[in-house]
Every structure is written in structure tokens, then in C-alpha cells.
Design a protein around this ligand. Structure first.
Ligand SMILES: O=C(O)CCC(=O)C(=O)O
Length: 260
């Protein structure tokens, strides 16, 4: 499957693209079943809600051990999905999406397991909102040619924390004062307010995917429903984009995928 010219130019202009009904029910259910077992038995490495919310910029930049430092609390993400189960690995190495990723990256595709490589969980009541941010802020690579693939494993809407994006923000330059000390894009900063008003949020159904650029500003609400929201997200880069040696980004394996 390849993107047509309109889809590719939509991604280049806006920094994200939704592909509806991309993964079939069987694939989604297999991922969900395994994810639920790992959530139930709290299989490390996990990040709990409190940690997701409170970890400092220094922690997120430097700490390489992804195991939780807490013994209890709601799970926010199962990390290192690639090496947890062949079902997760197969989704990340899915051949149907490969030509699309090659088109967007304009390069051979490499999975980076150092960062987004997770089952994302938003538990009812206990989950928190995520502020506006660019994923790339704590990542160390030679350039920005990285994109993430988000798979909805159930309905995602404004009630349970669907992703929201600021279209085109992946191409904008910002001043450091537009961000707070954890590098969240400040929603109380005058210049940011009008830009934030341009946000888009689109309900997702099970099997829909969103591909988004590593510099795109995005956020999500907390889950105020009574059912967990479970999603899968992983990041790929172009082969010519290199992790900086000695950084957290180079501390985990990379998987070079065959050309389509
Ligand atoms: O699910 C959320 O709250 C947002 C997740 C996200 O944007 C991230 O982890 O980078």
C-alpha cells in the first residue's frame, strides 16, 4: 500500500495523517489480548501514571533503565513492546505499512526501540492529561526525520483521551520561552494561545492508525470514561538519521527493515 499524492502532501503540510481501518480486527484483538495480560500482571518495564506525569526532563533524557521505580499505581505504558511478544514485533515490522513509511521518510526504515515502543494505557479515573509537546524534545538524533505510528485498539475520543495535534507545527520555529521547564508548550503564553486554537482532534476507531512527525505539537485529555483506553505506538526513523552515541537514544537496539 502506498500513499497517493494528496495523502503525502497532507502529511508534509500538517505533520500527521490518519489511515482508517488499517489494521484488521483479528490483528487488533491479538495485540489487545497480549497487552491485557502484561497490564494485569504488571510485567516490567512499565511506567506508572505518577511517573509518566512527574518524571523530570533530566530523567527522560538520561535514565536508561525503563523499569518502574514504584510498586503500585495505575500503569500508563508498557515499554519495550518490540521484545515483549512476537505479536507486538510483527505489528512493528508489518509489511503493509512499509512503503508508506519509506515514502514519508524518503529513506530506508529503521525501528528505534529506545523511545516510543509501547502499549499506551489510559485507565479510567486515574489517568492524567498530557500537555502540548514535541516527542523529539528528549530524543538525541542527528536530524528530525522520525515519525511515530499510533494504532487505536478501541474507540478514541475526547472523553477517553484521543490525541490532538497542531497542524503544521512540525515546521515552525519556537522560542525557548514558549516551553516550560519540562519542555511542554505553554498554554498560558500569549503567543501560543492563538496557535493552540488551530488544534484538531479526530475520533479514532479500532484499527485506525495515525502517523505523526516527531516535531509535531500534540496532547491528549485524561480518560473520564469507565473503560481503559489501550493503544500501540512505535517510532521509526530514516536509516541516514543516526542516534547520538552515548545518549539514551543509542542505548537500545535499532531494527533496519528491508526495503519494500
Ligand atoms: O496519551 C497521551 O496522553 C499522549 C501520549 C503522548 O503524546 C506521548 O507519550 O508522547
Amino acid at each position: 500500500m502506498r500513499l497517493n499524492r494528496e495523502e503525502l502532501s497532507f502529511f508534509n503540510k500538517n505533520g500527521f495523517l490518519i489511515l482508517r481501518d488499517f489494521a484488521d480486527n483479528r490483528e487488533c484483538n491479538a495485540i489487545l489480548d497480549i497487552a491485557k495480560i502484561h497490564i494485569k500482571y504488571q510485567i516490567e518495564p512499565i511506567e506508572r501514571e505518577e511517573e509518566y506525569h512527574n518524571h523530570s526532563k533530566e530523567y527522560r533524557t538520561n535514565v536508561i533503565d525503563y523499569n518502574s521505580t514504584l510498586n503500585s499505581g495505575a500503569i500508563r505504558r508498557l515499554r519495550q513492546a518490540y521484545s515483549r511478544d512476537v505479536i507486538f514485533k510483527n505489528w512493528m515490522e508489518n509489511r503493509k505499512i512499509r512503503p508508506i513509511l519509506e515514502q514519508i521518510l524518503n529513506d530506508q526504515v529503521v525501528i528505534t526501540t529506545a523511545h516510543h515502543n509501547s502499549i499506551m494505557v489510559k485507565m479510567p479515573k486515574e489517568s492524567t492529561a498530557t500537555g502540548w509537546h514535541q516527542d523529539r524534545r528528549y530524543w538525541n538524533f542527528t536530524d528530525n526525520n522520525l515519525i511515530s505510528i499510533w494504532l487505536a485498539l478501541g474507540e478514541e475520543n475526547s472523553q477517553n483521551g484521543v490525541l490532538e495535534f497542531i497542524p503544521g507545527s512540525h515546521k515552525m520555529s519556537f522560542k525557548s520561552e514558549q516551553f516550560d521547564d519540562k519542555e511542554y508548550f505553554r498554554d498560558d503564553y500569549r503567543e501560543n494561545v492563538s496557535l493552540i486554537e488551530t488544534k484538531v482532534s479526530t475520533t479514532l476507531e479500532k484499527g485506525d492508525i495515525v502517523i505523526f512527525h516527531s516535531l509535531l505539537l500534540h496532547r491528549a485529555n485524561k480518560n473520564i470514561t469507565d473503560r481503559p483506553k489501550i493503544s500501540f505506538v512505535y517510532t521509526v526513523k530514516g536509516a541516514s538519521t543516526k542516534a547520538i552515541e552515548g545518549s539514551r537514544s543509542s542505548a537500545y537496539p535499532e531494527i533496519l527493515l528491508d526495503r519494500s
